[in-house]
Write a new protein. Structure first.
Length: 330
């Protein structure tokens, strides 16, 4: 018992593990377990086996992702989950503090979740496109948990098509470590029109995301890039390669000057992620369908500084059935 108390104090995680000589986990001990045992009369020089420690405990493999671990924590009402390998050996620890993420950021985020997703039919006949599942989890849930993991705790969800599916799933956001406010479009407003429903007095830059993305973008780095550059608006860009299936001829007048055999052209495409300074939100119009790219054009037309942030992290737009199959590893 005394050894366990010493390990608990040194680890500062509220939990310790009883392992054999090969680091295979035999059981877990929390500060509450030890406290209750001592109150019950257990001696400090007594053994933690088998009455005090928990032999039945939840653990995950090293491959478990953040969303799965958070689900287990919420379902089992625990704040620590050990990571064990195939032989049951302790290799790490997930904590609620680590899963929820770093210190909260003041920035808010808007996720566009109101589209019908006509290109993804029949998957979107009964659920809105952002609620289509990738690897067993709605894309929108992945985005929400990703934002929470980077310290963003106030999230707006723009909803229209089958909005009840989204609202029933997320509620007020408390089960996902955040506060969710719904921007309810009475009619489709487009990718930029929903911004007309966002409060105009925000004190910090606003992060905006399409709801059909699967990405591991470093959100904090994206926002900091925008802030340090003093941009009015910043667009996230991702490299996209297109391989032409034909040989390309280079011509000058009537002369053939060269040939390129099935070349690959590379473009920087709009990745559906943006950071907006609060002062540009008044450009967004809610009286007609308005695209967010129209807001960027308005900034450019007025000579405002507009940033281009190149996303090197994992990123995928899931807008077509073929994209969905690729995202699911098919």
């Amino acid at each position: 018992m005394l050894d366990a108390l010493g390990a608990l104090e040194a680890g500062e995680q509220g939990i310790v593990f009883v392992c054999d000589g090969e680091r295979r986990v035999l059981g877990t001990l929390t500060d509450g377990d030890l406290r209750r045992a001592l109150i019950g009369g257990a001696p400090l020089d007594g053994c933690v086996l088998p009455d005090v420690m928990h032999r039945e405990f939840v653990a995950v493999p090293p491959t478990a992702d953040r969303a799965h671990v958070l689900d287990l924590m919420l379902a089992r009402k625990v704040e620590q989950i050990p990571i064990v390998d195939a032989k049951g050996r302790l290799v790490g620890l997930h904590t609620m503090r680590e899963i929820i993420g770093s210190a909260p950021r003041p920035n808010r985020a808007v996720i566009m979740a109101g589209g019908k997703g006509t290109r993804l039919r029949p998957y979107t006949e009964h659920v809105p496109k952002p609620m289509v599942r990738v690897a067993g989890r709605p894309m929108l849930e992945r985005l929400v948990l990703h934002l929470v993991g980077h310290g963003i705790r106030n999230i707006y969800l723009s909803v229209n098509y089958l909005s009840n599916v989204v609202e029933d799933h997320f509620g007020d956001g408390s089960n996902f470590g955040c506060t969710i406010t719904y921007l309810r479009e009475e009619r489709p407003l487009g990718s930029g029109g929903a911004l007309s429903l966002v409060p105009k007095d925000l004190p910090d830059p606003l992060l905006v995301l399409n709801g059909d993305l699967v990405t591991q973008i470093n959100v904090g780095r994206f926002i900091d890039f925008h802030t340090c550059g003093r941009y009015a608006a910043t667009m996230g860009l991702h490299a996209h390669a297109v391989e032409l299936p034909y040989g390309v001829a280079e011509v000058s007048g009537s002369n053939l000057t060269g040939l390129r055999e099935k070349p690959t052209e590379r473009f920087m495409v709009n990745a559906g992620l943006y950071v907006l300074s609060p002062e540009v939100l008044h450009y967004a119009r809610g009286d007609e369908e308005y695209r967010i790219t129209d807001l960027f054009r308005a900034c450019l037309d007025k000579g405002l500084p507009v940033g281009a942030y190149f996303i090197e992290d994992d990123w995928m737009d899931v807008g077509r059935p073929v994209d969905l199959e690729r995202a699911n590893g098919q």
